[in-house]
Write a protein that binds this ligand. Sequence first.
Ligand SMILES: *[C@@H]1O[C@H](CO)[C@@H](O)[C@H](O)[C@H]1NC(C)=O
Ligand SMILES: *[C@@H]1O[C@H](CO)[C@@H](O)[C@H](O)[C@H]1NC(C)=O
Ligand SMILES: *[C@@H]1O[C@H](CO)[C@@H](O)[C@H](O)[C@H]1NC(C)=O
Ligand SMILES: *[C@@H]1O[C@H](CO)[C@@H](O)[C@H](O)[C@H]1NC(C)=O
Ligand SMILES: *[C@@H]1O[C@H](CO)[C@@H](O)[C@H](O)[C@H]1NC(C)=O
Ligand SMILES: *[C@@H]1O[C@H](CO)[C@@H](O)[C@H](O)[C@H]1NC(C)=O
Ligand SMILES: *[C@@H]1O[C@H](CO)[C@@H](O)[C@H](O)[C@H]1NC(C)=O
Length: 532
Amino acid sequence: MASISGTFIILFFTISASVSATLSASVIDDLRSLKPPQDFNSTIMKNCLHNPSLRYCSTSSPMDLDEIFKSTIVASHLCNESKNPNCVESFPKVDLRSRPNIAPLYLSFNFFWKYCPISIVSIDLSNTSLKSNFPVDVLHCTQIQSLDMSHNELYGDVPIENFSALSNLSVLNLSYNHFSESRISDTLFFKKFNSSSFFHSGLIPDHKKFKIKAIVLLVGFPIFVILKVCCLGWLCFRRPDFLPKMFQRKNRFTPAMLKAATNGFSRNNLMGKSASVDIYRGTMRNGTDVRIEVYSSDCHPKVIEECKILVQLCHKNLVNLLGWCDNRSLRAVVTEWLEGENLERWLLGSNFTSWNYRLRILMGVVEGMCYLQEQWPGVGYDLRTSSIMLSNYNLEPKISRFKVGNQSSNSRRMYKFGVFLLEMMVNRRPQEEFERGEAGFIEYIRMHYPGNLEQLIDQKMELTQNTFDQAKQAICLGLMCTDVSSNRQPSLEQVFDIVSRTYQSSRVLASHHNHYHRRFQRGKGHRRVQSR
Ligand SMILES: *[C@@H]1O[C@H](CO)[C@@H](O)[C@H](O)[C@H]1NC(C)=O
Ligand SMILES: *[C@@H]1O[C@H](CO)[C@@H](O)[C@H](O)[C@H]1NC(C)=O
Ligand SMILES: *[C@@H]1O[C@H](CO)[C@@H](O)[C@H](O)[C@H]1NC(C)=O
Ligand SMILES: *[C@@H]1O[C@H](CO)[C@@H](O)[C@H](O)[C@H]1NC(C)=O
Ligand SMILES: *[C@@H]1O[C@H](CO)[C@@H](O)[C@H](O)[C@H]1NC(C)=O
Ligand SMILES: *[C@@H]1O[C@H](CO)[C@@H](O)[C@H](O)[C@H]1NC(C)=O
Ligand SMILES: *[C@@H]1O[C@H](CO)[C@@H](O)[C@H](O)[C@H]1NC(C)=O
């Protein structure tokens, strides 16, 4: 055996046979005991002349004869360990596959790798339990065609720049290691190798992971978009109030929106109830308080159709309709919420119903009527004290209860206004207190006008000499309006002129209004309903 190794070394380095005779079985022992022969220097020189590609020939600095000699010892052992067929003639491969006990030892001889024999074309260090950084010394063997480092526990970075010298490398296996994630396939050199060289190596993007990423992107992105669209669609149909304003459809309310506004149509929000309408108070998402009239399912669709026209009405003396909900499960109309009461109850209950307040309210009502007549002649309304809403804050009257296409004649309208005006002046309910209703009410007033005005006029108006005349005038106007048979009935324009002139002249007392709010609030606590 010793002679075989000796012959190999002679072939490999052309060193004298005397060295080979003393090679022992253990590479460590040999390294310790063996010394280069006397003529080692000249032998190497000769070798280099003969074959200049030998690695030690190209080292620039003075040769370290000792290192070169030691590398020949390691080479002879490694060639044998690697089961090369004939170590005397050639050393084509390093094969330490599945030899965890000796692989690290050979890797530690860095002088060997420094002078890596140029005959080696294949290095297999797979499954050798290597637990270290990439053994970069191995890459001194730049001529190799195959390198297998798979099934180890190598970690850290792969020395990418050192690999690029391995121009003849055609088989590479770094699979099953723990390298730090790096984008190894990006470099031109590694493009030669497909994913099977990097299975579970930590090196990415290998094609498999790339594929997964591509799939995730290709599948995930559309799903994301679809979900987003679905979400938007869902919001559009259910909670458009969560959408940006530009996506919201004006005046449209969804059942979910109204449900949310009323705490799920809770009893606490229920303000009134009749056979066909439930009235709720709600708060929309933007904070506005609304009145929601929920119609029973068999209500006429006309309610909603009318609503679509009425939302266009816009005047300070008309109740502002905000929109509607027209859904199989819910039909509702949404209007602004008015903190206050209707005029009928105000006349009955408030202690602060002086002539000036009433005149102010009258002015507002007439303004609202004029707006409707000029802009929306097709919209009718039911003018009575119970249908005029008063805002708590400024006593601004608001006409409610509109009817589309229910256009009563001008004469009829003026008649209704006349009754309304008279009711405000005498503060009595024509329908409830008089046997013949409105006719009886008017008859009653005619009977007392103008002789018995003191009895006729509501005492709560606190009239002065000046305002008494105005009140008298107002009753006269009311009677003219209700006089349908003659042609004494004034037009709405005339009424507007009279009322606004009277209102202007009474503005002198306007400063009085400033005190109103405070007093009104105080009075609210002990408001009493007058007995009739
Ligand atoms: C090797 O021999 C050459 C002459 O043949 C000499 O110049 C050189 O210094 C020697 N090197 C060593 C390391 O002894
Ligand atoms: C070479 O390997 C064989 C077993 O494969 C072994 O018996 C022999 O001792 C080895 N020789 C040297 C010089 O290491
Ligand atoms: C790795 O080596 C062990 C022995 O050290 C062996 O049992 C196992 O089958 C080898 N695995 C592979 C994948 O070669
Ligand atoms: C690759 O192989 C060719 C031909 O076998 C050889 O000339 C060249 O030197 C080799 N490259 C390296 C880096 O060893
Ligand atoms: C690896 O590359 C670094 C710098 O790029 C260099 O310093 C080092 O000597 C190289 N190692 C090998 C084994 O080629
Ligand atoms: C990788 O390339 C080798 C040839 O170099 C081929 O045999 C193998 O099928 C390829 N594997 C994949 C997963 O493409
Ligand atoms: C690398 O090794 C793994 C595991 O042994 C194997 O599945 C894979 O095909 C090998 N790749 C190459 C390029 O030989």
